[in-house]
Write a protein that binds this ligand. Structure first.
Ligand code: FES
Length: 134
């Protein structure tokens, strides 16, 4: 079933647009005029990908920087952790002293799944997605 989700005028080249259709959270990606659609929730820890960045065909998660190819949904790298050591200077509560290291080690064991992709049809300036019942 094709479902209209946006107008082409709502999505500038290089832009991202969140849409919710039939209960699914999807992000539209305008890659230099060609529109792609993937799940909006990161395959690592569910961060909202519409808050990430799009460069060419690569959508980068705002939380741990996994990059996804929006043409295929494939996760292209492992999560990155941004601890610089400055956290230690913030004198966290005693029971959180080791939190950055603990979090980093734990996160290494969380798999990153590829994203589901959706077929996009652009007709008369209307962006439509093919939504299949699952
Ligand atoms: S939540 Fe997206 S890379 Fe971790």
């Amino acid at each position: 079933m094709l479902v209209e989700v946006a107008r082409i005028s709502e999505l500038a080249p290089g832009g991202l647009k969140y849409v919710k259709v039939h209960g699914r959270e999807i992000v539209l990606c305008n890659c230099d005029g060609k529109i792609f659609a993937v799940d909006n929730r990161c395959g690592h820890m569910n961060a909202p990908l519409n808050m990430g960045t799009l460069e060419g065909y690569y959508l980068t998660c705002p939380l741990h920087s996994v990059q996804f190819d929006v043409r295929t949904g494939e996760a292209l790298n492992r999560p990155l952790y941004h601890y610089s050591g400055e956290e230690e200077a913030q004198t966290p509560p005693e029971n959180f002293d080791n939190f950055p290291n603990w979090y980093s080690v734990l996160s290494e064991h969380i798999a990153t799944c590829d994203l589901k992709t959706y077929r996009v049809v652009v007709e008369k300036a209307s962006i439509k997605l093919e939504i299949k019942d699952e």
